[in-house]
Design a binder for this molecule. Structure first.
Ligand SMILES: O=C1C[C@@H](O)[C@H](O)[C@@H](O)C1=O
Ligand SMILES: [Co+2]
Length: 300
């Protein structure tokens, strides 16, 4: 069993500002967000699209004793081919190395409806056999590049994309090299997709190298599904929230991770409209729940 100290806790800037809708939360600047993260007692964060060049970011991090876990990368391996994806990804890895990150978060966005107004519950893309082959080979190539930079490529299954359901993650894991391609387990995305968050965790625990703790408000999810909302409309409506505020049992998830020697980051990631859900308030709700329920269950 892993010790709790093998886990690093972070919170993503997505509650303050969101790369999927860059207009929202624009008044929250980097310094403010990083200071809020310190107030809520997290050790680090992920890089948002608005974060500055490494020298500037590193200084702000050092002032607050914070670390960077990783950064999202939208790959277009199927659309653009492996060579183009590798060029873009190599630049991404160089940035991550310069900010001393651990993982590169990759999500294939070819045909994705994530940023569109399509019904995210019904209009996700499906890849053909040839596209799956191209994707898996491409990810192995990107994973090799990540390793050269001392990073792990962690694949993010995501609503509205071709790798969304457990079955699709199974296929991706079976088609890629475990030394090169790891899995990012996101509780919120898999629950919204499949109505179950434990099966994916149990099936792929050996491949999981990064975790997003995202909670779901079930009544909002039901409404969004019934109304055929897009991904962006759904999170603006409050489909996601921080752990402790929705229906996912994170004690169960955390216990399984610890019992199976998970080592790495767990990042709280709850996109909401920052005008509606005060980001620091929600970071503190997450902190309260972690301390009083999740971590307490393991502290004698
Ligand atoms: O990890 C994530 C990054 C975001 O850009 C994405 O849309 C969000 O839902 C997520 O889980
Ligand atoms: Co996520």
């Amino acid at each position: 069993m892993a010790t709790q100290s093998a886990i690093k806790w972070g919170i993503a800037p997505i509650g303050w500002r969101n790369d999927d809708i860059p207009e929202i939360g624009k008044n929250n600047n980097l310094q403010q967000i990083l200071s809020d993260i310190v107030v809520a007692k997290f050790e680090g964060t992920e890089v948002g699209g608005f974060f500055p060049e490494p020298e500037v970011l590193n200084k702000e991090l050092k002032l607050r004793n914070l670390r960077i876990a990783g950064k999202w990368f939208s790959s277009y391996i199927i659309r653009d081919g492996i060579e183009q994806a590798l060029r873009d990804f190599t630049e991404h890895c160089a940035y991550l190395k310069a900010v001393n990150a651990d993982v590169a978060v990759v999500s294939e966005q070819t045909y994705s409806v994530q940023g569109t107004d399509k019904n995210v519950f019904k209009e996700k893309p499906e890849f053909t056999g040839a596209e799956w082959k191209r994707l898996c080979e491409g990810l192995n190539t990107l994973g090799e590049a990540a390793n050269k930079y001392g990073l792990k490529l962690v694949y993010h299954h995501h609503m509205g994309t071709g790798v969304q359901t457990k079955e699709e993650v199974d296929r991706l894991m079976a088609g890629t090299n475990p030394k090169l391609v790891h899995l990012l387990y996101d509780t919120g995305h898999i629950f919204v997709s499949d109505g179950d968050y434990l099966s994916l965790l149990e099936a792929h625990i050996e491949r999981i190298a990064h975790v997003h703790f995202k909670d779901v408000r079930p009544e909002v999810l039901d409404d969004c599904r019934a109304e055929g909302k897009s991904f962006l409309q759904s999170f603006l409506a409050g489909m996601f929230t921080v752990p402790g505020d929705g229906l996912i049992d994170f004690v169960e998830v955390y216990s399984f991770l610890i019992q199976n020697d998970y080592q790495g980051w767990i990042v709280i990631e709850a996109e909401q409209d920052p005008e509606v859900a005060n980001p620091l308030e929600y970071a503190l709700i997450a902190r309260g729940y972690l301390d009083s329920c999740v971590l307490k269950a393991f502290t004698k």
